[in-house]
Design a protein around this ligand. Structure first.
Ligand code: SF4
Ligand code: SF4
Ligand code: FES
Length: 537
């Protein structure tokens, strides 16, 4: 672990670190364009020049390893002058169209100009080399060649991460421009990532551009709900609407990347009407609105009636692998510990693994639910029952008479979604009594005895356990409208209606109880579930 001096302070670097990486670890940002922690080092932009004592010339911090006893200055006049020069050079042909650039507010060219530049351009606009603007590069990306600083990050991304190699530099000298060969569409399933890594406004998002200025957005740290990889994301939202998902760097899960379907998955939340109030079937068999208290009292007494008449084995808890660990934990606590139910499952489509669903070696997982592993670890998988097919059979044979079903439409749509909903409907239809917790309306819900409106992904705090057993915290970004409760709150209410102690005021309280009482999660702290998350056994 070499020790070195950085801006007058003695600090330690990890073995093999470059100056830029060690500086970042110690909270010092060295300006850069081409360097990216998850791509190879290219050293082409010269923005990261630093002054290393006993070296005759300034040296790039991204290509220079830290050595024991090195004395580095990243903030002296010599360095600032050099960075100012590089910026002036990069801006020679820049169109300076910042007021109409969607990158404004998160553009490294603007930011560094304000810190290091502040020079007046010597080049009149009319003399600048003009390049092509507003080129649609496939479904995710819009290219503006004039704004490119030729850092090659996008080229390296497609060479090193997706290995599809779509982007290249074309031309020579002043006329070098970034693009795809003959404008071929950029349509690989990870193309949106180049919008994040482009340090300037050359690559912008087709989905997000001009929807909202970034300084109006609020950020909430979360986990993607699109599949069981559980990529670490930031939800950017405003006034109750999500505008975009962007990756939070997590070297243990997704590095700096997201797949395109996950990135756009939040749109699915608006693709169906929401359920706003609890609905309960009356004697006439028609669902009518009721209060939460009425619903909880009635559900608890009806489930107990069925249990007393037909045994605890006649009750089923059918969970959603898209809800949080906290919700699943309380579902089990209510139906299992309180009412004595022994039948639990969550598998609606495990046998469909071979469908033409996409899975790859980069990120995407065939299981399009973020918390299947949580459901397994919390004891919600019954081998004896065998998933939804077994549950339908048991209901048809009257071995199971009542069920509480939590169902969320997957955020990443699959070809068999309708079939899955058909199976849930079949189950509900066979039951004497059914309680469905859902966020969105579906035709089959009319068959349920009770329908309860619950928060969707992004609307409640909680943790998810990804396919490798990593537990990660997801924050609540959006306030759910209407009379909606978080799923864990519904089960806390049912526990209370049932006469059990129900002391949870937040998802954090539920997490604390879960980590005291469930072996797989025992002893982990909420802090450990923040970046990069914690793997449980
Ligand atoms: S388009 Fe962006 S990421 Fe690609 S080379 Fe230009 S500045 Fe770099
Ligand atoms: S790989 Fe899965 S978790 Fe990651 S962004 Fe895509 S859908 Fe979301
Ligand atoms: S960041 Fe070091 S040369 Fe570009």
């Amino acid at each position: 672990m070499p020790k070195f001096t950085l801006n007058g302070r003695e600090v330690e670097a990890r073995n093999g670190q470059t100056i830029i990486q060690a500086a970042e670890d110690h909270g010092i940002e060295i300006p850069h364009y081409c360097y990216h922690p998850d791509l190879s080092i290219d050293g082409n932009c010269r923005m990261c020049l630093v002054d290393v004592e006993k070296m005759p010339k300034l040296t790039p911090a991204c290509t220079t390893m830290v050595n024991e006893g090195m004395v580095v200055h990243s903030d002296n006049e010599r360095v600032k002058e050099a960075v100012r020069g590089v910026l002036e050079f990069l801006l020679i042909n820049h169109p300076v169209d910042c007021p109409v650039c969607d990158q404004a507010g998160e553009c490294r060219l603007q930011d560094y100009y304000m810190v290091y530049g502040l020079h007046t351009s010597e080049i009149p606009l009319a003399m600048k080399v003009r390049k092509r603007k507003v080129i649609d590069l496939g479904p995710m990306v819009v290219l503006d060649q004039e704004r490119c600083v030729l850092c090659s990050r996008c080229i390296r991304f497609f060479e090193e991460v997706t290995e599809t190699g779509e982007m290249q530099f074309f031309g020579r000298g002043d006329h070098v421009a970034i693009g795809t060969f003959e404008d071929a569409p950029l349509d690989n399933p990870y193309s949106g990532n180049v919008v994040d890594i482009c340090p300037v406004g050359a690559l912008t998002s087709r989905d997000f551009r001009f929807k909202c200025r970034v300084w109006f957005l609020h950020a909430t740290d979360s986990v993607c709900g699109g599949c069981s990889t559980g990529c670490t994301v930031r939800i950017d939202h405003r006034d109750g609407a999500i505008f975009r998902l962007i990756p939070r760097r997590n070297p243990k899960v997704n590095r700096s990347w997201l797949c395109d379907e996950g990135r756009l998955s939040f749109h699915e939340l608006n693709n169906a009407r929401r359920i706003h109030r609890p609905l309960m079937k009356g004697r006439d068999g028609v669902q009518a609105p009721v209060t939460w208290e009425e619903a909880a009292r009635s559900i608890d007494s009806r489930l107990k009636e069925i249990r007393d008449a037909s045994g605890a084995g006649s009750l089923l808890g059918f969970a959603s692998p898209s809800t949080t660990n906290e919700a699943l934990f309380l579902l089990k606590k209510y139906l299992g510990d309180q009412l004595g139910a022994t039948q639990f499952d969550f598998r609606v489509d495990s046998e469909d693994k071979n469908l033409a669903e996409e899975e790859d070696q980069i990120l995407r997982h065939f299981d399009k639910h973020p918390n299947s592993m949580g459901a397994i670890k919390l004891g919600l998988m019954s081998e004896e029952l065998g998933g939804i097919e077994g549950a339908i059979k048991a209901a048809r044979e009257r071995r199971i008479k009542a069920a509480v079903v939590v169902y969320f439409k997957p955020l990443v749509r699959r070809p068999n979604d309708e079939e899955v909903e058909g199976r849930i409907f079949e189950l509900i239809d066979e039951l004497e009594y059914s309680v469905v917790l859902a966020a969105h309306e579906a035709d089959w819900q009319a068959a349920a005895s009770v329908v309860l409106p619950v928060a969707a992904w992004s609307e409640e705090d909680g943790t998810y356990t990804n396919f490798e057993g990593r537990v990660q915290l997801a924050g609540k970004a959006i306030e759910p409208g209407g009379d909606t409760l978080a799923v864990w709150e519904v089960f806390a209410m049912l526990l209370q209606a049932s006469g059990a102690e129900s002391l949870w005021m937040s998802a954090e309280d539920v997490f604390a109880t879960m980590t005291e009482s469930v072996a797989a999660y025992r002893g982990i702290t909420l802090d450990q579930t923040r970046l990069p998350g914690v793997v449980v056994g």
